[in-house]
Design a protein around this ligand. Structure first.
Ligand SMILES: [Zn+2]
Length: 295
């Protein structure tokens, strides 16, 4: 499953749709879903003794919760001894890695692995889960996992670091999904609609205190994202007209420059109708001032 997940995120990105995870991976001569096909959170396929994956739901009261660098995962129901809960407990006892599908929006999940069940709280009726970026060894094969091979000595530090990374990625992906949804999964400049080629750009960069919220975001294709960040293009906050930097406008080059960049000059940015989703005028103003200084 981990190898299959690796292939899926390489092509489709970190966030995978439920349909793909339900279809699953080849296991012997059959297909094995990566999550519970009927929508339960804990997935223990027939024939396995430990849980294979945990899935969170958007809007569930316990999802998205993290305490002391541990993800909290509620028991299935109230009975600690139900077969689902026992399958998770066994993953804890045997240190068996599993996959964690953390919802970023309905039916779309950040896929994280290898994750380990590290605690079992019978009073609070929940498990705690952590990531381990050093990966797991299973049957002689080692899996680097979704966090890359961070070289951190000491299991505790590694798991703290890994879990923080998963949490950061979850925040980034949730921002991306919200922005793409607000912009109908199209570039705000050229209307390109290929999801794989789209980014959620920050208007005020993260490093300058820009918040990961839709009004500080723009759905842009990769080229327009880079052009906006490097101030090849600017957006006039009055009327949302796109401007191309003077020297770039005068350049001579192939179709990407001619159509992709120069062709944007004077075009109007597409923005969501709903006022609470529109780009923040203050943020656009700040970036426009920087652009006009560069131009
Ligand atoms: Zn574009």
């Amino acid at each position: 499953m981990f190898c299959w997940l690796q292939e899926q995120v390489a092509v489709g990105g970190d966030v995978l749709p439920r349909a793909l995870l339900t279809e699953g991976f080849r296991f012997g001569d059959r297909k094995m879903p990566a999550l519970h096909p009927a929508g339960r959170g804990i997935w223990k396929p027939k024939g396995l003794t430990t849980a294979l994956s945990l899935t969170t739901a958007v809007g569930s009261p316990y999802s998205d919760r993290i305490e002391d660098d541990r993800l909290l995962y509620s028991y299935q129901g109230q009975d600690p001894e139900s077969s689902d809960n026992r399958a998770v407990r066994r993953a804890l006892e045997e240190s068996t890695p599993l996959a964690y599908f953390w919802a970023v929006k309905r039916s779309w999940y950040l896929a994280a692995w290898p994750m380990f069940v590290v605690g079992d709280d019978l009073q609070a009726l929940r498990f705690t889960v952590q990531a381990d970026p050093m990966g797991a060894t299973l049957g002689g094969a080692s899996f680097t996992g979704s966090m890359g091979g961070a070289q951190i000595a000491g299991e505790a530090q590694r798991r703290t670091y890994g879990t923080q990374q998963v949490q950061i990625r979850h925040g980034q992906q949730r921002f991306r999904e919200r922005v793409l949804t607000a912009y109908q999964t199209r570039c705000a400049m050229c209307r390109l609609s290929h999801r794989e080629l789209l980014d959620a750009a920050h208007i005020i960069p993260d490093a300058d205190g820009g918040k990961p919220e839709v009004p500080n975001g723009l759905a842009l294709c990769k080229i327009h994202h880079a052009a906006f960040d490097s101030r090849v293009l600017g957006i006039n906050p009055e009327g949302h007209r796109i401007r191309v930097r003077e020297d770039v406008l005068e350049g001579v080059d192939g179709p990407m420059l001619r159509h992709g960049i120069q062709g944007m000059d004077g075009k109007r940015l597409w923005v969501p109708r709903s006022p609470e989703l529109k780009p923040s005028p203050g943020g656009l103003r700040r970036q426009w001032d920087l652009f006009t200084k560069t131009a």
